[in-house]
Design a protein around this ligand. Structure first.
Ligand SMILES: [Zn+2]
Length: 82
C-alpha cells in the first residue's frame, strides 16, 4: 500500500479492477473502498457478475484472468448493466 493508492480517484480505481480481480487479491480491503461507497457498491455488483460469469463461461485456465475479465465484460453487455 502506498500513498497514491489512498488518494486514488474512482476512475483510477476502476481502471485497476481487472488487474485486481486477476491477481485474486481481496479487493474489499483496498484503501479506496474504505472511503468510497460508490466503488464498494460497484464492486459488490461486479462480484455478483463475476460469480455468474464463472458459471456461464467456465474458464479452462483458472489463472487466465484476461479471459475471465472478457467474460465478465460480455456478461455485463448482455445484462445491459452498463
Ligand atoms: Zn470510488
Amino acid at each position: 500500500m502506498n500513498k497514491s493508492e489512498n488518494n486514488m480517484s474512482c476512475a483510477e480505481f476502476q481502471a485497476q479492477l481487472p488487474e485486481l480481480f486477476g491477481c485474486g487479491e481481496v479487493i474489499g480491503d483496498h484503501p479506496h473502498l474504505q472511503r468510497c461507497n460508490l466503488c464498494r457498491a460497484l464492486l459488490a455488483d461486479l462480484n455478483a457478475i463475476a460469480e455468474a460469469a464463472r458459471d456461464l463461461f467456465p474458464v479452462k485456465e483458472p489463472t487466465d484472468a484476461d479471459a475471465l475479465w472478457e467474460n465478465i465484460e460480455s456478461a455485463i453487455a448482455h445484462e445491459g448493466v452498463v
